[in-house]
Ligand binder design. Structure first.
Ligand SMILES: [Zn+2]
Length: 118
């Protein structure tokens, strides 16, 4: 009888260990996926740095095969500038022509650089 209970006990303990190993593996998989995502995001950021540098170094002189993407980038930069201007307008503000600081629409002088705004 003791042998029977020992066997049952062993089986239960083994099953418990399998369950806890599986749970640990699930946790490790989640952690590892998070690490992969983090590394992929770092990789994307590095590629973006190279892309930005390539753009700045070649925007005035590049192979015509890049014409479309360079034009797209210029358009996107213009669009972002326009959208930022829209926000400044919606806030009832304007940008200092001298330093670019956001100042009240009614201000006569820039409160950052002191430039005259009239
Ligand atoms: Zn200013």
């Amino acid at each position: 009888m003791d042998e029977f209970f020992d066997k049952v006990s062993d089986t239960v303990m083994t099953a418990g260990k399998v369950v806890s190993d599986k749970a640990k593996n699930v946790t490790d998989i989640t952690k590892t996926k998070y690490e992969i995502t983090t590394k992929q995001n770092e990789l994307k950021a590095k590629y973006a740095l190279i892309g930005e540098r390539f753009f700045e170094e070649n925007k005035d002189n590049h192979d015509e095969s890049y014409d479309e993407i360079f034009a797209d980038i210029e358009q996107l930069k213009d669009d972002i500038e326009d959208l930022n201007d829209r926000i400044v307008n919606l806030k009832g503000a304007k940008l200092c022509p001298s330093c670019g600081a956001e100042v009240s629409e009614k201000a006569n002088f820039c409160n950052k650089c002191g430039a005259s705004l009239n």
